[in-house]
Design a protein around this ligand. Structure first.
Ligand code: FAD
Length: 411
């Protein structure tokens, strides 16, 4: 049995950042990171963007090279699964039979891409996108293909459609919602995106589901529920993720209704020796007065670091407001807050000018802000407005008025 002060399970952003967090507080304690992927810890955003189009290499994907971990005394065990956490004995059992004893354990096991369960869903050239190898396989298929269908109208689908178009592929997007990014952007912004996408030659088919995929070993067509059959050379499904929480559940850690691992504000699970961070974690947000579970880069980044520091002896709360970004062609935007429920928006600036912000409200209280090309000095006030949970009434008109400094609005 190998004995470690800290064991981290996961090979994504949260896991990699936890290594940094531990070393900022404890320079000597033994650390092992276990990942079932053949890579050192890496981040996924480039996989649908620069890496997919071949602009960025693995250096933009990996958080650091293997040398960095060796130099910091961190054992990175790649290509091996953790199959069981024995919480009573403080042990992790690996698929190859090795057993790691831990003082503190971090679960940063993230998620895996869902695949639609429809006939033909497992044909060759039908892809999902979560791992480096997925991006490589899509890029390879794009070299010989001409027509792609992207199933899903959320972030991954929208980004993949943009990237495939850049690779010279004719793209059709099919999704059941009535418009692109329906859950996170207001109608007028979806309309702008539709126009942009169509301008790049992408065919958008909202309100439609695929019924089956067909072909002789490789996918050749997609049958849709509007009666159409569309010929394709490849299909990419961007239809959400399933959380990897089997280890947590088997260790009898508390999980919420969505299957996310419940942590306290220090990112400890219901077992004080085990922490969880990133996509799998549901943490209590003081700003929103409820538990949040967010599958985005910045949360994995911040929580990984905080969990590492806390495991190594600090005990500070994770209080960040969720943040994410996306790049769709030349249109990049950032979002702060919690956009799971909203029913009112206020626009600052104009869509036509390309510089605007959308303020989101739920039950008359602000829940989030989406910003496109706004001045840097607005970033802090935007977050402060969310932290203050300002009210719609009396404020909406001032937010709209570009002559009014956002800093003044928050006062
Ligand atoms: P993951 O990155 O999923 O890492 C989990 C790791 O644990 C994986 O390596 C997995 O193989 C490993 N693992 C799981 N179980 C075991 C086990 N039992 N034993 C060993 N290893 C195990 N977010 C944004 O905010 N902006 C973006 O633009 C953006 N773009 C994205 C593009 C793509 C293509 C994808 C897939 C995601 C994107 N995201 C984006 C989301 C963001 O990447 C995730 O929120 C982030 O990856 C979560 O990190 P994580 O470390 O929690 O989990």
């Amino acid at each position: 049995m190998l004995d470690y002060k800290y064991v981290i399970i996961g090979g994504g952003l949260a896991a990699g950042r936890a290594c940094d967090g531990i070393r900022k507080v404890d320079v000597e304690g033994t650390v092992a990171l276990v990942t079932d992927e053949p890579h050192p810890p890496y981040q996924r955003p480039p996989l649908s963007k620069g890496y997919l189009v071949g602009k960025d290499g693995l250096d933009k994907v990996y958080l650091a090279g293997r040398k960095h971990y060796a130099e910091n005394g961190i054992d990175v065990l790649t290509g091996v699964r953790a199959t069981k956490v024995d919480a009573d004995e403080h042990r992790v059992i690996l698929g190859d039979g090795r057993v790691l004893a831990y003082g503190k354990l971090l679960l940063a096991t993230g998620g895996q891409a869902k695949r639609l369960r429809i006939p033909g869903g497992n044909l060759a050239r039908v892809f999902t996108l979560r791992r480096i190898e997925d991006a490589q396989a899509i890029r390879d298929a794009a070299k010989s293909g001409k027509r792609a269908m992207v199933l899903g109208g959320s972030f991954i689908g929208s980004e993949v459609a943009a990237s495939l178009t850049r690779l010279g592929i004719e793209v059709t997007m099919v999704f059941p919602e009535s418009r692109l990014l329906a859950r996170v952007v207001p109608g007028e912004l979806s309309a702008l995106l539709h126009k942009k996408y169509e301008g790049h030659g992408i065919q958008i088919m909202p309100g439609i589901k695929p019924i089956s995929l067909g072909g002789d070993e490789m996918v050749e067509w997609v049958e849709l529920d509007n009666g159409q059959t569309v010929p394709v050379d490849l299909v990419v499904m961007g239809v959400g993720i399933a959380l990897n929480t089997t280890l947590a559940q088997d260790a009898e850690l508390d999980v919420d209704n969505e299957g996310a691992v419940m942590v306290n504000s220090s990112l400890q699970t219901s077992n004080p020796h085990i922490y969880a961070a990133g996509d799998i974690a549901a943490w209590p947000s003081f700003t929103f007065g409820k538990r949040l579970h967010v599958e985005h880069w910045d949360v994995a980044r911040g929580q990984g670091l905080r969990a590492g520091r806390n495991m190594a002896g600090e005990d500070k709360e994770y209080t960040a407001i969720p943040y994410f970004f996306s790049d769709l062609f030349d249109f990049g935007f950032e979002v702060w807050g919690d956009l799971t429920i909203w029913n009112q928006t206020v626009l600052r600036g104009t869509l036509e000018s390309g510089s605007f912000a959308v303020f989101y409200f739920s039950q008359a209280k602000i829940v989030g802000v989406l910003a496109v090309d706004r001045p840097d000095e607005e970033r802090k006030p935007m977050q402060a407005l969310i932290r203050a949970r300002v009210l719609y009434e009396g404020l909406a008109a001032r937010l709209q008025e570009e002559a009014v400094d956002l800093g003044e609005v928050i006062g």
